[in-house]
Design a protein around this ligand. Sequence first.
Ligand code: ADP
Ligand code: MG
Length: 377
Amino acid sequence: MLKEKIARVFAEQFGGEGIFYASAGRINLIGEHTDYNGGFVFPGAIDKVIMAEIRPNGLDKVRVRSIDIDEYVEFGLEEKDAPSESWARYIFGVCREVLKRGGKVEGFDAVFAGNVPLGAGLSSSAALESCFAYAVNDLFNDNRIEKFELARIGQSTEHNYCGVNCGIMDQFASVCGKEGNLMRLDCRSLEYEYYPFHPEDYDLVLIDSCVKHELKDSPYNRRRESCERVAALLGVGTLRDADMDMLEAKREEMSEEDYKRAKYVIGEKERVLDVCDALEKGDYERVGRNMYATHEGLSKDYEVSCEELDFLNDVARETGVTGSRIMGGGFGGCTINLVSKKLHDDFVKEAVDRFEKKYGHAPKVYDVVISDGARRL
Ligand code: ADP
Ligand code: MG
């Protein structure tokens, strides 16, 4: 459907046809607030994508139509040609970052659309960057740029052209994702490993609270500072290198707040490793227990939850959902839920009805399946 729609608009706009590319949004099963502590994250690409039809145009400019935002933009490939439309800056940024790395980019025509919800925590922006980075590599560079470098191109695009100081996880997951696999990314070494994810009797469901609590002082920076203080006290570079015994041994020398923050981070490293082991044994109930423990830690120790997310977590628990937790930085956004298939419909109904009754607006529901990342179709 997406493909047909894009093909129709491409033919109208430019005539003829091009080559199709797609890249995915992502979820993170477990491993939250671990990246800046040198720890692990555990993302996977999902069956929601940005798709583009692209054809070199022999000109010195890029011409792009966004179907979803219904705008058309043209830009050259010099730094001064940066477009003002925010969606186009992602594409311009990708081109510039490829050029900066000595890669080749020629003019092209493109039409794109997607079904990754925008701003819901599924990283539609990474899907957009990764789709175009993959395409530019395939069309103009004989795929010489390695996949991880394509992810870095997306990350640098966010930093340099979109004002978002993000880590590497989203672009990495979007580019490197594989159907039926999650990836454990070591945020310190940037090494990664695929783990089988075939939850035949379970679904992954996201419930989007559609709230975002804007907090005055930056709570994220304060969390980071706590982690750094404890790491220094324990004599390690980051909390990645600490364990619970080390933490307990110095407990008296730190504030209660710093202790709780570090306890969450150290516990989360152990939970990610336990989930890896559970997945290798196909034990999804154990995966789920770790997800609940993460939620508990994020809520009570790291204190980045909010009423709405705790409510959704309670509903999941009360409905018998296997695992549930906040996904993303916190203070709003989605919960990610591992739900046995037979409970799926009851849980969704319960979550939507009860949330709406309490908060006056319905949450959004996204069913996701772990799928391939960036690709030529
Ligand atoms: P997310 O968490 O989904 O990545 P961001 O705010 O980082 O949210 O990125 C959303 C931005 O990405 C949009 O404002 C838009 O510029 C661009 N974008 C994402 N999806 C699309 C789309 N389908 N069509 C056009 N632009 C898109
Ligand atoms: Mg984004």
